[in-house]
Ligand binder design. Sequence first.
Ligand code: HEC
Length: 120
Amino acid sequence: MRTSFAGTFGLLVCGALGAVAPAYAAPSAKAGAAISAQCAACHGNNGIAVATNMPNLAGQNYAYLLSQLEAYKNGTRKNPLMNEMAKPLSQQQMQDLAAYFASIPIRVGPPGRMHPRTGR
Ligand code: HEC
């Protein structure tokens, strides 16, 4: 009786979670790549920023990228440009974009080299 109660309870919980869980698909780097065209003007095609006052996104951690996009969208991180950019994005699109930029491989070396873009 006990085990069947646990089993039934488990099924009920799973069923309830399934019913209320939003129908997001798994994060897709491929879908993110398609949306990322609107980010390229500043963050570059490959996630390397086009100007030195903009952050590179290539190879950044998925969880960090997603949390920052969420923060721009809900206004807890304030930047006029990024608040505007994030506002229309759905949760799924933010996940896809985070997956895309996180999936771009980067290589780091020892410190002390000149910055490849600025040469300083
Ligand atoms: C018009 C230029 C511009 C565009 C377009 C743009 N960004 Fe940004 N983005 C910036 C700037 C500038 C910052 C730094 C803002 C700050 O200081 O908070 C930034 C910051 C970010 C950050 C935080 C990075 C960090 O290291 O904390 C993320 C993530 C990001 N952008 C993602 C995106 C995505 C995804 C898109 C496309 C949907 C996009 N951005 C489009 C200019 C832009």
